[in-house]
Design a protein around this ligand. Structure first.
Ligand code: A3P
Length: 323
């Protein structure tokens, strides 16, 4: 920890992004080095506790860059680990069944209610299911010696930019345009960036026996194949007669209408907690659920820049990225 440094981001793009967040992150964003990872400044208070967090061998972690299919994968993993208990899955909010490790370290002050998410996860019965968006370098150090199962999900950059933009509009009423947000994304001034470093670090670990790597695009192309892969990895086979019900439960339409996974109540709690009006009907967490939104929504000029930036970030890695 002593070797980790946090530097306040002060570039014009960083200030523009911070100012677009309605005062919710007025303390600004920091770049944490190594590895050069961006978080709200307040995150540093909890980083030592995160790095020293006790990991258990039977934990199952879903780790992603935000907007890559985390919720979708969590719901799948929870069902596999809980004998496909669809009734319970519809009754209990996913956030309680499968908590978000660093939630209390990054959400705006107004809704930082006890208990702290690190204590919630620390106090769970085994086997724990844990959601986390942190990069390889900032995960609890014990992860690399205890080696619990980790599922990592990637997604193509353009669709993540669009999805992350609408995420910031939904939770924080970010006032940037989509193209302005895309510029801030490529300049690494938004939480959890840099994007490709996050994905590449896990892509390099994809053949480790305790790591399963797939993409949102894989789920969209053949969800049944991903279900089989995850079921094999977790050693929780799905009886053939149950597969149709599982696929139906995980469909975009069903998840969009399922209050246990669609964040409906939570979004309004947070918005009202920070002085925003409740969501309008066109603002939902389960938003579009498709591949290709980036090509439809980003301007041609920004798309060219994202393509060039992606090529530069992936050059020499041997990985072309999800598509
Ligand atoms: P869009 O904003 O592109 O619609 P995360 O859970 O990592 O935050 O990812 C959220 C993204 O996954 C959103 O993408 C959301 O709509 C999409 N998503 C969630 N459940 C889905 C499902 N069952 N099918 C397809 N997409 C889903």
């Amino acid at each position: 920890m002593s070797s980790v440094k946090a530097e306040l981001l002060t570039s014009p793009a960083a200030v523009k992004f911070k100012d677009s967040m309605g005062g919710q992150y007025d303390e600004g964003y920091v770049k944490i080095s190594p590895p050069g990872h961006v978080q709200p400044a307040g995150f540093m208070d909890d980083l030592p506790k995160i790095l020293d967090f006790q990991v258990r061998p039977d934990d199952v972690w879903v780790v992603t860059f935000p907007k890559c299919g985390t919720t979708w994968s969590q719901e799948l993993v929870w069902l596999l680990m809980n004998d496909l208990d669809f009734d319970q899955a519809k009754k209990v909010p996913l956030i309680d069944r499968f908590p978000f490790l660093e939630a209390s370290t990054i959400i705006p002050q107004a809704v930082k209610k006890p208990p702290h998410s690190l204590d919630v996860v620390g106090g769970m019965k085994s086997p724990r299911l844990i959601k986390c968006h942190l990069p390889v370098e900032l995960l609890p150090k014990q992860i690399w010696s205890v080696k619990p199962k980790i599922i990592y999900v990637a997604r193509n950059a353009k669709d993540v930019i669009v999805s992350y933009y609408y995420h910031h509009r939904l939770w924080n009423e970010c006032t940037l345009t989509l193209d302005e947000f895309a510029e801030c994304f490529m300049e690494n001034v938004v939480s959890y960036l840099p994007f490709w470093d996050h994905i590449l670090a896990f892509w390099r670990l994809r053949n480790e026996p305790n790591i399963l790597f797939y993409s949102y695009e894989d789920m969209k192309t053949d969800l049944a194949a991903v279900v089989r892969k995850v079921a094999d990895f977790l050693e929780r086979p799905v009886p053939a007669e149950k597969l149709p019900q599982l696929l139906d439960h995980l469909s975009f339409q069903k998840m969009r209408d399922n209050r246990a996974v669609n964040f409906e109540g939570l979004v309004d709690d947070q918005r009202v907690g920070v002085g925003l009006r409740p969501t309008s009907s066109d603002q939902t967490f389960m938003r579009s659920g498709k591949v290709g939104d980036g090509r439809e929504k980003l301007s041609p000029e920004i798309q060219q820049r994202v393509d060039a930036w992606t090529r530069a970030c992936l050059e020499g890695s041997g990985y072309d990225g999800p598509r």
